[in-house]
Design a protein around this ligand. Sequence first.
Ligand code: GLN
Ligand code: ZN
Length: 759
Amino acid sequence: MCKNAIVGYPRVGGQRELKFWTEDFLKGKLSAETLESNSRNLRKEQWQLLQQTGIDFIPSNDFSFYDGVLDTAYLLNVIPETYQKLELNGLETYFAMARGYQGKKGDAKALSMRKWFNTNYHYMVPVLDENTKIRLNGRKPLEQYNEALSLGIETVPVIIGPFTFLKLADIRGNAGREAFIQDIADAYAQIIQELGSLKCKWLQLDEPSLVTDLDQEDISLFTAIYTRLLGAGRTVKIKLQTYFGDIRDICSEVIKLGFDGIGLDFTEGKKNLELVQVNGFPKATLLFAGVVNGKNIWRNNYEKTLLLLRQLEEKAERDRIVISTSCSLLHVPYTLDSESSMDGKYKQHLAFAQEKLEELRELRELFSGSAYSSNEIYLRNNLLLKSKQEFSNESIKAKISELKEEDFIRNPAFEVREKLQKEKLKLPVLPTTTIGSFPQTAPVKACRASYRKKEISTEEYKAFIRQKISECIALQEEIGLDVLVHGEFERNDMVEHFGENLEGCLFTEKGWVQSYGTRCVKPPVIWNDIKRRKPITVEYSKYARSLTSKPVKGMLTGPVTILNWSFPREDVSNREMALQLALAIREEVMELEAAGIGIIQIDEAALKEKLPLRRADWEQDYLDWAIPAFRLTHSGVSAQTQIHTHMCYSEFEDIVGYIDAMDADVISFEASRSNLSIIDALNKAGFKTEVGPGVYDIHSPRIPHRKEIVEALGLMLEKIKAEKLWVNPDCGLKTRGEPETVESLKNLVAAAKELRNSL
Ligand code: GLN
Ligand code: ZN
């Protein structure tokens, strides 16, 4: 019988327990001991579930209080001096790195956060400099291995591999990557040796960086480290785990190195099958075949999967193939069991993490047997997949096929619009604004929840939201912001809110997926062709506008972001889905404009998220439809209407030209946690769009000082003309508390005023 495995399991808990414990701990409402013991129970439940479902290779150490890369940094003693100087205890230091610290012992910003490859998960970026001394600092993988073992469960500890760790780290100062190779290899060698003394059988090292474009230097680095780690005297077997793509640049080296197991992704790894076919597969190595999609939620197609496994079998014998997930199940929700109100007709087509375990069990059974095509499980799966009716909506399809080139072009040209808009809006230089959402306090969340549970009437709910909007407008006027927002109190989430009002999207009750730290999102499922059911934002935007003489920005989510933050269909192309969404958002844009909203922000927070990991695929597989989809949303508005967009990151240096080609009038983006090299890239490319690089970090409760913001703006003004610069935070304020928000924004406005006077 062949075996099965998973790359990792979600960790926040099916009811997001870990989120609430951690948040309580951070607020001082829960002791560290209780946080630890609750987490231990959660791990136990999950391991037992994996054991009961018959998973042969059960991961451990995939648990994290905040993020696995941060755990690895901490484990390797990659703790910048800023945090060491605070002299906090271990757990406090860890959280200071994650969230920043402001208190009796000092003031430190959080580490920066970046998107984890092409997912909506974020990792904390490790910082290495001349003072970094890599060595083992802690025993988490060993402890968690032992913890499972004491429950009678043999597990495979999972750690981010040394190559990916170095690739993702921010290496500062004069220290080059080379300076750390010896120490990092020593540290991993020590882990391997210590796991060996615990009689641990397998260690999984995650090396997703292997699926990106690699140069010779990368290949040498990888080879050097692993030649050392795979050397003699080792009792622990090592599994190299890759995901999110194929390993075309390094496959032949990987195969020669002598890994005991290699995990390949056969869902996103376009070339992995071919690579195995061409290069063969080493005799003594297990092939962990990632055939169950860890990123999407559709039922596995057993016919296709078994065909693929058959092809692999020609190169690696059946009992050396381990049926696995394509990546960690971290990226899908826990279980459909929690979806009590979802209609069975939809549910039967979906598989969340727990259901995927079942699929792995069934696939193992089918693949191990001889005549699977007459097996009842196989036939049932076949029938089910065929039963997914064709949902196409001919009128939407027709609209898309009728789109002409001019539908993607906004007239007049940017320069003309810019002038007209300045005349109309009469904003001061360095206009201040926010990204849209204001703090979602407990009463706001409670009100939305009781409305959802039908405990209050629509009238009561609307009255509450209106009340919040009017408070928010008054607050922004008091703070002195120039362009106001309504605050987004009606939105649980920027994608879900739109999806709920679009035909063709499906919603879950508990379908949470971790986005960063304690923050989870609930991606909609794109089930069918998309159509706007009714106006989504017009009523509240109009109301907000009626309360003030200042301009109020309408606030929408863009088509690419809705698509990227949903679970997409697999039966139509991304382009088709993006254009359908774009047409729906376009209707909303036109209605906001007609309602007198003169500034409309169309957020593309996730535009870059699914940019292919390899450069060669950027244009033909992504930007060729993503940028046009955005342009389609706003090409119909008048010259005076100012279109803003927002992105949650500033790492678009490589695609600056495409961002400019979105043809928005203003773009705001995250910048406070990164260095400002993006601005040089903008200048170099002759970027025309006005910019609002975030002046403070909203992911942390820390309040930025006015002076700090003045400094940040000063640096920006050295590179950007004042007429092109906007002043705003990094992102929306929904996750922040009220008092810190008010104070931060007051500092922001004061800083802008100070600079205006000095211009
Ligand atoms: N308008 C949204 C907000 O302010 C944008 C959020 C985001 O970029 N993630 O919350
Ligand atoms: Zn953002």
